[in-house]
Design a protein around this ligand. Structure first.
Ligand code: FES
Length: 160
C-alpha cells in the first residue's frame, strides 16, 4: 500500500525536531496509519536524525507499535479458560466466516484485524469480544456479524 509521504513529513514535523521526540513522532504515525510503514520510519530517521536501528528497537520494544499493517478496527476475542469453556473459539470461527480473517490477520481493505488475548479481566461476562476497546460480553455466534456491522456502517457514514 502506497502512503502519502507528504502527509508523513507533515506529521513528523508537527510532533518532533530531534531524537527526544522519537516516540511522539512514532505514535503519531501509528495513529494515522495503524502501523509503522517502512517509508515513514525512513522519514523519521531523516527528519529527527535518528539511526534506523534505534527506531526499529523502539518499535520492537513497545507493544503499541506494529510493523505490520493493522486494521482500523481491532477485534479481540478472549481465549482465556472461562471464555474458552463458553465457546470463544466459535466466535473466532464466526469472525473468520464474516471477515475472512483468522487470528493475527487483517482484512485486505485494512478495516479489521483479529487478535486473540488471554484474559480480559471480566470472566463473569464471558465469552468476551472487544472491538476498539469496547467490550461485548455474553457473546454468541449469532451476535458476531451484527456487532461487526456496527463498525462497517460507521465507516460508510464517516465517508459520506
Ligand atoms: S477468561 Fe475471558 S475475560 Fe477472563
Amino acid at each position: 500500500m502506497a502512503i502519502d509521504i507528504n502527509k508523513v513529513e507533515t506529521i513528523i514535523g508537527e510532533h518532533g525536531k530531534d531524537e527526544n521526540d522519537l516516540i511522539q513522532a512514532m505514535l503519531a504515525i501509528q495513529e494515522e496509519f495503524h502501523y509503522l510503514p517502512p517509508e515513514a520510519l525512513e522519514k523519521i530517521s531523516e527528519q529527527l536524525n535518528v539511526p534506523k536501528i534505534r527506531i526499529y528497537q523502539v518499535a520492537a520494544f513497545y507493544k503499541v507499535f506494529s510493523l505490520e499493517p493493522r486494521g482500523k478496527h481491532i477485534i479481540t476475542v478472549c481465549k482465556g479458560t472461562a471464555c474458552h469453556v463458553r465457546g470463544s473459539s466459535m466466535l473466532v470461527d464466526q469472525v473468520d466466516r464474516v471477515l475472512k480473517i483468522g487470528p493475527g490477520q487483517t482484512t485486505e481493505d485494512l478495516q479489521f484485524t483479529l487478535e486473540e488475548v488471554n484474559c480480559l479481566g471480566c470472566c463473569a461476562i464471558g465469552p468476551v469480544m472487544t472491538i476498539d476497546n469496547k467490550y461485548y460480553g455474553n457473546m454468541s455466534v449469532s451476535k458476531v456479524e451484527r456487532v461487526i456491522n456496527k463498525y462497517v456502517e460507521k465507516e460508510v457514514v464517516a465517508d459520506d
